[in-house]
Design a protein around this ligand. Structure first.
Ligand code: S3P
Length: 428
């Protein structure tokens, strides 16, 4: 679908309650399924990716009731999962396929997994190699590199694995396999990535040991059902943080946003760039910390973003690139090769689409260089089926001097189905 976006917006004012975190929503269903008893989830993200996770676990025999953002999962432990009679379709969701492979690697049955045309291009050996080393039998297209993937799980042996890339999906897949393996499984990360899986093991009564970049679990643990309240997704809030900073005369408050330190790179970077961003005192007693965020129109300067910061804001780089087009000076993003294997090659899609609107931005091998101070004009842009590219372009349009049309706008519902209604609330 092609949509004409709103341009030349005078101000954004108001408050939003940001929908549930995508990473935590996926995990709430998965942990609910492998725990014993009835898990209840509130503020579940009803984006298509998380609905794919529900559909897959239903096919694995799990009873799941979902009504809007409330979900109930009747878990019967790992052993309660049954061989699916149909293929498991993960849609556009990398988190679903990679974490589910970790769970299935310990199950003594066959399953076939597939997704959409973007999933078919995304690398799977990063998870299938370590899971095969643990004992699962996995195959897939092009010698196991891509979907469709078949898996027959079995007896797993715990091991120690050094992750070749900073990836929470790979770390989580191995941990989920490790919960079913003989002995101890240890994952060593090159940089700290989001730790929602580790936190959720504890929330479901399990044990995980974390020592710097080393995460270990022992197999054979029994997890117990619990209640999960999903905090607002900072990766969704990021679009309105940037919108509030770059649209004139704006003030936007976002309530109950998750501020897990492994996800708050966007806050650190915006503060470093000079943004007028206020973080309320965080809520203390939950498994995941939350806060209210208020942004007002800001005068910004370019910075360099690199190293250990990258995994803390990997999904926010498209919208940070837009922010940098409005800063004084140059912003350099380095060490972000992982962008090439997201829903699209986000180095290419960010650079090409922002250029079409008049931004001064160049791709590099591991990131991009953005020269600030660009006046954006209109044009025809494309999300290429990537939700975060679609939302970034919709925010870019707010400050564009002429009409912007967006192709493949429907991709946005993968992570933020109410994005346009939230945006319109701030415009009126
Ligand atoms: C996610 C991890 C990240 C992130 C993705 C969600 C997760 O992917 O980009 O949107 O929920 O674990 P990688 O593990 O590929 O870095």
């Amino acid at each position: 679908m092609t949509t004409v976006l709103t341009s030349q917006v005078k101000r954004l004012v108001g408050e939003l309650s940001i929908p549930g975190d995508k990473s935590i929503s996926h995990r709430s269903v998965m942990f609910g399924a492998i725990a014993h008893g009835k898990t209840t989830v509130s503020n579940f993200l009803t984006g298509e990716d998380c609905l794919s996770t529900i559909a897959c676990f239903r096919k694995l025999g799990v009873t799941i009731h979902q009504h809007e953002d409330k979900v109930e999962i009747i878990g019967k432990g790992f052993d309660g999962l049954v061989e699916p009679t149909e293929r498991l379709d993960v849609g556009n969701s990398g988190t679903t396929i990679r974490l589910m492979l970790g769970i299935l690697s310990g199950r003594p049955f066959y399953a076939a997994l597939e997704g959409d045309s973007s999933i078919a291009k995304r690398p799977m050996t990063r998870v299938t190699n370590p899971l095969s080393q643990m004992g699962a039998v996995i195959d897939g297209r092009e010698n196991g590199k891509f979907t469709p993937i078949s898996i027959r799980g079995g007896n797993l042996e715990g091991f120690t694995y050094e992750l070749p890339m900073a990836s929470a999906q790979v770390k989580s897949a191995i941990i989920l396999a490790g919960l079913q393996a003989n002995g101890t499984t240890t994952v060593i990360e090159p940089s700290k990535t989001r730790d929602h899986t580790e936190r959720m093991i504890r929330q479901f009564g399990g044990e995980v040991s974390v020592d710097g970049l080393k995460v270990s679990v022992t197999g054979g643990q029994t997890l117990q059902a619990t209640h999960v309240h999903v905090p607002g997704d900072i990766s969704s809030a990021a679009f309105f943080l940037v919108a509030g900073a770059i649209v004139p005369n704006s003030e936007v408050t976002m309530r109950n946003v998750g501020i897990n330190p492994s996800r708050t790179g966007i806050i650190d970077v915006m503060l470093q760039m000079g943004a007028s961003l206020h973080v309320s005192e965080e809520g203390k007693d939950a498994a995941e910390p939350v806060a209210d965020l208020t942004i007002t129109t800001s005068s910004l300067k370019g910075i360099t973003i690199e190293g250990d910061m990258i995994p803390r804001l990997i999904d926010e780089i498209p919208i940070i690139a837009l922010l940098a087009t409005q800063a004084n000076g140059t912003t350099v993003i380095k060490d972000a090769e992982e962008l090439k294997v997201k829903e699209t090659n986000r180095i290419d899609t960010v650079v090409n689409e922002l250029k079409k609107l008049g931004a001064s931005i160049e791709a590099t091998d591991d990131g991009m260089i953005i020269h600030g101070g660009s006046k954006l004009h209109g044009g025809q842009v494309n999300s290429y089926g990537d939700h975060r590219i679609g939302m970034m372009l919709a925010i870019a349009s707010l400050i564009s001097s002429e009409e912007v049309t967006l192709e493949n706008e429907e991709a946005i519902s993968v992570s933020y189905p109410m994005f346009f209604s939230h945006l319109n609330k701030l415009i009126n």
